[in-house]
Design a protein around this ligand. Structure first.
Ligand SMILES: *Cc1c(COP(=O)(O)O)cnc(C)c1O
Ligand code: SF4
Length: 336
């Protein structure tokens, strides 16, 4: 018999799905009917940043195609182990920007909380892949140092929940945090940086929408999709539900060689985002993080792609190409 209590402690559907994420490259290739021996993929045997891919994301990859743009983002390759000059472990200076554990205050008016180190998907190009999360999430001590910092600085009007992926935390915890943020009078906006609605759209359920839209803070969500194929009907439905609940939706992408480094790919992405109620926000040049050099698109090539994109799309569907530089007061425009 199912008792009240056992129902209550049942993990949410998205948590069950997350627990089934595929952690081994050979299993991933098997699901995609790709023979690792025949396609010349050299898998990374030893990586400290393990593969992790939710199955709904895998379902959007093309079977039999080792160059699939979604697969490339998540498959650990031996190229990652190559040391490349100029690529380090903290390319954007986050460790220097940390004020109290888990709080990054780099830019005027906005403070970013590292809510958790955990992500639903492990993106091979991630600039935080070497970040020492265990010592520095804002969730330590029930958020007390982070909340004290935010409360003491009246110049901060926006809090950004980031990570890791903040939506890998349970809703009860996030709801508690949102309520305590709303109690800080000078805060006006609550922004969430997350890839979860894209890689696991089941994450967007009533409980999430309740806490995100249930305080006096204006909710903003910045999702992260790099390719139009990431946005299928289920993702679109999840995003439109957020938009209909009053959440302002933006997208950030990373310009990645072999994934989206063409005007066609970027235009298709913008169109797919718009159909899902999302406007493109930033297109980041790759941060020079060790292990990601094989994704780099140089600045001249990026500028040429953007010229074509601009000639094809309405201005509001053109993302801002930016480069992050340690110590800069904002994300620097990369074409001038
Ligand atoms: C990117 C970033 C922000 C947000 O910048 P916006 O330009 O407002 O999107 C805030 N804080 C940190 C530390 C960041 O890296
Ligand atoms: S979801 Fe975001 S933080 Fe997590 S690995 Fe991917 S890019 Fe990095």
């Amino acid at each position: 018999m199912i008792t009240q209590a056992s129902v209550r402690f049942q993990p949410a559907r998205w948590q069950q799905e997350l627990a089934r994420a595929v952690a081994h490259p050979l299993e991933l290739l098997h699901l995609l009917e790709i023979d690792p021996a025949t396609v010349g993929l050299e898998l990374s045997a030893q990586t400290r940043f393990r593969q992790r891919v939710p199955r709904p994301f895998i379902a959007r990859m093309r079977k039999g195609d080792p160059h699939d743009p979604l697969l490339r983002q998540v498959l650990p390759l031996a190229e990652e182990d190559r040391a490349v000059a100029g690529y380090g472990t903290d390319p954007v200076g986050d460790l220097l920007a940390e004020t109290v554990p888990g709080v990054l205050h780099k830019y005027a008016g906005r403070a970013l909380l590292i809510a958790t180190g955990a992500c639903a998907v492990h993106c091979r190009y991630c600039f935080r892949r070497h970040y020492p999360y265990a010592d520095s999430t804002a969730a330590a001590d029930h958020w007390a140092p982070a909340l004290a910092y935010l409360a003491a600085d009246t110049s901060i009007s926006e809090v950004i929940l980031s990570g890791g992926d903040p939506l890998s935390l349970p809703d009860a915890k996030l709801a508690g945090l949102a309520a305590r943020l709303a109690a800080i009078a000078h805060l006006a906006r609550l922004r969430v940086h997350t890839r979860l609605p894209v890689v696991l759209p089941q994450r967007v359920d009533d409980r999430l929408i309740d806490w995100l839209t249930g305080t006096r803070l204006s909710p903003v969500m910045v999702i992260h999709a790099n390719h139009a194929n990431e946005i299928d009907a289920a993702v679109r439905q999840a995003l439109l539900a957020l938009r209909d609940a009053g959440v302002t939706l933006l997208n950030q992408s990373v310009l990645l060689k072999g994934v989206n480094d063409s005007a066609d790919a970027l235009c298709d992405l913008s169109e797919a985002l718009f159909r899902a109620g999302v406007l493109p926000y930033y297109l980041h040049l790759l941060d020079k993080v060790a292990g990601a050099a094989h994704f780099d698109v140089d600045e001249a090539a990026a500028a040429a792609i953007m010229q074509t994109v601009r000639a094809r799309l309405p201005g509001y569907l053109v993302p801002r190409l930016v480069r992050e530089r340690a110590g800069a007061p904002y994300k620097l425009p990369a074409e001038t």
